[in-house]
Design a protein around this ligand. Structure first.
Ligand SMILES: Cc1cc2nc3c(=O)[nH]c(=O)nc-3n(C[C@H](O)[C@H](O)[C@H](O)COP(=O)(O)OP(=O)(O)OC[C@H]3O[C@@H](n4cnc5c(N)ncnc54)[C@H](O)[C@@H]3O)c2cc1C
Length: 392
């Protein structure tokens, strides 16, 4: 077992840090903006897109892809190093959905044409993605989803509603799953995975504002939206298998241990500067620091497996559940540490970091739901990791 990064990986980290020292938006650093809180910043979409293109131009968004598809055959640790540094610099620009989830799904299950058509846009940072899996009645139980696409000539015509679509209001493309066979038994054998241009006529995107007051996700309506057959990934009625492999990536696309650790270090700095270190807060800081280390190692294990060509499964669920719940605990600690100041929102003169503390806290409630709920993660760990019997 080797806990050290290679000299090449360390050199990459230094290169990224030097770049971000110059290019990361200064106001994001000053306000200690965290990844899940970025959408609250003015002009964030333009800033995010601008940074994505700069990262893409350096080849960093695709550094760990195979050379034949525009990558540099680097290990998955290069992606982690990039995201750790972006986090440390409070910098946007990484499209978790496009680069983090859709690209691996296309690399794994897409046709040669799909790889050639879609991977360069993701690698360049110019094309951003959303994913429409969840429906108002079906989130955890995706196999029962109802939005339907009827076959017509060489296309499929979609009608229905999806919900909680992160970044749907500015994404260029969408990874969509819909029912294409209502009679299929079991029901998951009637689902197809499509790539959909968000400019296609018939798509309506309505905002949903989250508890923190920010616009991250949306509801999306499809009225006779026509998708060419060639946009199917993984075969007709075989979309559920694509989703299952995609979820294994989704659970670890975001380096949540790094978000938690960076936020905790910022809170530590705040406590030191503002004389808020008590014996109790000092102990809590120490406990949470140890938990960040556990989360980091759980995530590194997943990256290590991916680098060996293995497909992590319960290991991803373990990492996702632990790190997202840790981020909730760190956000709660922020509220405790700041005391009454922690309740001051954006715009208040005395609010630390212009209201980031209550904003991160309110946003943190979604962490045990998004990318699959913690209960489903526990189920995956119990069944596939521990071999315990199914509950249902
Ligand atoms: C911030 C955020 C961003 C999101 N972004 C996206 C996105 O971009 N695209 C997208 O498609 N979706 C997105 N989602 C939706 C997310 O994937 C779903 O919320 C999640 O899968 C849960 O589905 P649900 O909300 O329908 O809850 P349900 O599935 O109805 O679950 C309700 C409760 O019951 C529990 N439960 C359900 N089934 C079981 C079971 N078998 N065993 C034990 N407990 C169970 C759940 O854990 C949960 O606590 C996002 C959600 C959030 C909060």
């Amino acid at each position: 077992m080797d806990f050290a990064f290679t000299p090449e990986e360390e050199a990459f980290r230094e290169e990224v840090a030097a770049f971000l020292e110059k290019e990361a938006p200064k106001e994001y650093r000053e306000k200690r903006v965290t990844f899940f809180d970025m959408s609250g910043q003015p002009d964030w979409i333009a800033v995010h897109r601008g940074m994505a293109e700069k990262l893409g131009a350096r080849g960093w968004l695709s550094i760990h892809w195979p050379g034949e598809y525009g990558g540099q055959d680097a290990s998955p640790f290069y992606r982690l190093i990039l995201r750790e540094e972006l986090t440390r610099y409070h910098c946007p620009g990484y499209d978790s959905i496009g680069a983090g989830i859709v690209a691996p799904a296309i690399l794994l299950k897409g046709s040669e044409e799909q790889k050639k058509k879609h991977l360069p846009g993701i690698a360049s940072g110019k094309v951003m993605w959303c994913e429409t899996l969840s429906e108002p009645g079906h989130g955890s139980d995706l196999a029962a989803l109802e939005v339907f696409a009827r076959e017509e000539d060489d296309s499929f015509v979609v009608n229905g509603q999806k919900i909680w679509t992160t970044n749907g209001h500015f994404a260029d493309w969408n990874a969509l799953i819909v029912r294409t066979d209502r009679a299929a038994k079991p029901n998951y054998r009637g689902i197809t995975f499509f790539l959909l241009d968000m400019k296609t006529p018939g798509i309506t995107v309505n905002p949903i504002v989250n508890m923190a007051g920010h616009h991250d996700f949306n509801e999306v309506f499809f009225d006779d939206v026509r998708i060419p057959r060639e946009n199917i990934v993984g075969g007709l009625n075989r979309g559920f298998y694509v989703v299952m492999s995609l979820l294994d990536y989704e659970r670890t696309t975001d380096t949540v241990y790094a978000f938690a650790d960076t936020y905790l270090r910022d809170l530590e700095g705040y406590a030191r500067e503002n004389d808020r270190l008590t014996p109790v807060s000092r102990n809590r800081l120490a406990e949470l620091t140890a938990e960040c280390e556990v989360a980091r190692l759980l995530h590194y294990r997943v990256a290590w497996m991916q680098g060996r060509g293995e497909v992590p499964n319960y290991e991803s669920a373990m990492s996702k559940m632990y790190s997202f719940e840790l981020l909730q605990r760190v956000a709660e600690f922020g509220m405790e540490l700041a005391g009454p100041y922690g309740q001051l929102a954006e715009g208040s003169e005395r609010a630390p970091w212009n209201g980031r503390i209550p904003s991160c806290y309110l946003r943190s409630f979604g962490h045990s739901l998004e990318q699959g709920t913690s209960e489903i993660d526990r189920d995956v760990i119990a069944q596939r990791g521990m071999g315990l019997p199914r509950l249902r």
